[in-house]
Design a protein around this ligand. Structure first.
Ligand code: SF4
Length: 224
């Protein structure tokens, strides 16, 4: 059976990676994730936040700067660093102009283990506290990962949605001790979810594809 499902929408042919979308992958941050460094590190709980999050465009950079400046200091470990120097720096990657600052070895928004206001992403905690969808608060790369969307595959009318691969992390991807979307890692297993990705990441997939295309995709997958 072909690994890829193809669905036409307007002038675009979408290709979907059925292997990943039907897998039981789930984010295991704080539950064994060994991060994305050259040496696996479970205890540090840095996950994939050990690098700065690249901004999609200037508009997102402005939004994240504003959200960061307004975060509740009680829920934000690096609130003083944000107040002193903002949340963004010029990105070192050629993929983006801006990225979140790295402080003490990880994204400025990442609350570290033991922080009393809550561990993990301060933006995510803000979304939970205010009742906003996390996809409206966090940078797009953060809520989309590990869904990777590529446009202009082969030709300008083909787009592809698949799971992240090592190469999506840039040159450093080759040296990562752990890649959560690879099966059979000796460090940790992220394929332990209770439902397939098409269900567990429905909110994110609908935000990327729209409700109609998501529904078509879900129907095609359930019919296989
Ligand atoms: S997405 Fe993967 S690397 Fe990032 S925190 Fe989750 S399990 Fe870890």
């Amino acid at each position: 059976m072909d690994r890829w499902i193809r669905i036409e929408q307007d002038d675009t042919t979408w290709e979907f990676d059925t292997e990943f979308l039907t897998s039981e992958w789930t984010c295991i941050w704080n539950q064994g994730c060994a991060g994305i460094g050259a040496i696996g590190d479970v205890a540090g709980q840095l996950g994939c936040c050990s690098v700065g999050a690249e901004m999609l465009d200037d508009e997102e950079a402005m939004r994240i700067s504003a959200v960061g400046a307004a975060l509740d200091p009680e829920r934000t470990q690096f609130a003083s660093a944000i107040a002193d120097g903002g949340v963004l720096v010029a990105s070192e990657s050629d993929r983006a102009s801006w990225a979140t600052r790295v402080v003490d070895g990880a994204c400025i928004f990442l609350n570290r283990p033991g922080f009393p206001g809550g561990e993990g992403c301060a933006l995510h905690l803000e979304a939970i506290a205010t009742g906003e969808p996390h996809i409206d608060v966090k940078p797009s790369i953060c809520w989309q990962l590990p869904l990777k969307v590529e446009h202009n595959i082969d030709d300008a009318s083909t787009s592809r949605l698949r799971g992240w691969l090592r190469r999506d992390w840039g040159p450093e991807g080759n040296d990562m001790a752990y890649c959560c979307t690879e099966r059979e890692s000796p460090l940790a297993d992220a394929f332990v979810g209770e439902v397939p990705v098409i269900e567990s990441l429905r909110e994110e997939l609908e935000a990327i594809l729209g409700v109609d295309l998501y529904a078509q995709l879900a129907e095609r997958l359930s019919a296989r």
